[in-house]
Each structure stands twice: as structure tokens, then as C-alpha cells.
Design a protein around this ligand. Sequence first.
Ligand SMILES: NC(=O)c1ccc[n+]([C@@H]2O[C@H](COP(=O)([O-])OP(=O)(O)OC[C@H]3O[C@@H](n4cnc5c(N)ncnc54)[C@H](OP(=O)(O)O)[C@@H]3O)[C@@H](O)[C@H]2O)c1
Length: 201
Amino acid sequence: MNIAVIGAGKVGGTLAEKWAKKGHKINIGVKDPSSKQHWNEIDNISVSSLNDAVDNSEVFLVAVPVPAIVEIAESLGDLSGKILIDATNSVFAKPQPYENGFSAFQSINNAKLVKGFNTTGFENLYDTEYEGKPIDMFMAGSDEDAKDVMRQLSKDAGFENCYDFGGDDKVGLVEQFALAWINLAIMQGEGRNIAFKVLKR
Ligand SMILES: NC(=O)c1ccc[n+]([C@@H]2O[C@H](COP(=O)([O-])OP(=O)(O)OC[C@H]3O[C@@H](n4cnc5c(N)ncnc54)[C@H](OP(=O)(O)O)[C@@H]3O)[C@@H](O)[C@H]2O)c1
């Protein structure tokens, strides 16, 4: 896939490198491409302006801090027919006047949306194995094409299953699930090397 990564920090940068290793073509979309040239040294990754990233990509991962969400959404413009994965978390602040990133992208970009890669710390995106077994990813959204892409990219990032929380009405729940991880890891002091996995019998 041709994937634009908007916000190549801890979350976006980690996933960009993993997907590039799996053969996906990654466009790191930034305002000033001259400032991020180091990414061009990695196979399958190139840095481009936001406009070029929009022209050359069919899938978008947005992983920027909440205060940047509306600005980024407006810069990306109309993404009709393209898939946007929202990895942001509006659990402590909202991208006013929107409730969360998902509703901002829905209103501004008109993309095929899925919420995912937000429910765990970036360390677990980098290393998805605990005791030799891959952990799971979780998602929500009403667009089935976007969820198919999310399933594939979760596998390509090393997750075992990508569990579906449901439609757009479950996006808030997936953000609260992220807050459950943050609460255990940070506020309750369990540390960032903890992860959720669904067990069945
Ligand atoms: N950290 C985690 O463990 C984690 C886990 C799950 C979800 N999340 C969510 O993922 C999102 C990103 O978190 P992160 O930890 O990856 O953040 P981060 O490491 O600070 O990276 C943020 C990225 O966004 C870019 N950015 C910031 N402001 C921007 C703007 N106005 N326009 C364009 N790009 C901008 C930054 O570019 P520069 O480097 O040029 O500033 C950087 O590449 C947040 O919404 C967070 O809640 C984080």
C-alpha cells in the first residue's frame, strides 16, 4: 500500500518503519520536507509535502498531538475515497470544537475512517511480543474497507488479531480503552510494558 504517515513521532514513526520493512511505500507528510530528510535514508520511506502525500497515498495514518488535529485535517483537505486511520487520543483534551480526532476527520476530510493503533503505548507498537506471543490490536468505525486495511496493517505491524469494537458509535469506547491502558500503566504505576490480549476458551 501507499501510506501517508502524518505525525512521524513515537507512534507514526514506529509504524512507518515497520510497514516499510513489510514492503509498503511510506510517505512521511510534513509541512517542511527539508527538515526531515533522515527518513529518506530508509528503504521504502520518503518525505514529502502534505500535498504530495495526499496525491501519492491511498491510506493515511494520522498520529499528531491533539492541538494539531484540526490544523492537520484542514491542511489535508478532501480525502473522499481514501482511508484514514485515526491513532490520536483525545482523552485529556479535545480538538475543539470537535469531540475527538475521529469526528474532526469525519467532518473535515470525508475520508473512509477507522480508529486504531491508539489503545496501547508506542513501546508495544515497536515490540508486539510478550513471552513469545503477539498481543492484539483494537479498532472501531463503520467503514468496512477502512477496517479491512486496519486488520492488514495490524498484522504487518506484528499484532495477532485486530478486534473490532463496532461502528462509529464505539470510537469513544476505543479511546476510553486507551485511557484504561494509560491508567494502569502510568497512573496506577504498572509501567509501560503492559499490554491487553483477548483470551478465549
Ligand atoms: N505515545 C504513545 O505511546 C501513544 C500511544 C497511542 C496513541 N498516542 C496518540 O498518538 C498521537 C501522537 O503521539 P506521539 O506520542 O507519537 O507524539 P510525538 O512523538 O510527539 O509525535 C507527534 C508528531 O506529530 C508532529 N506534529 C506535531 N504538531 C504538528 C503540527 N502542527 N503539524 C504537523 N505535524 C505535527 C510532530 O512533528 P515534529 O517532530 O516536527 O514536531 C511529530 O512527528 C497523540 O494523539 C497521542 O495521544 C500516543
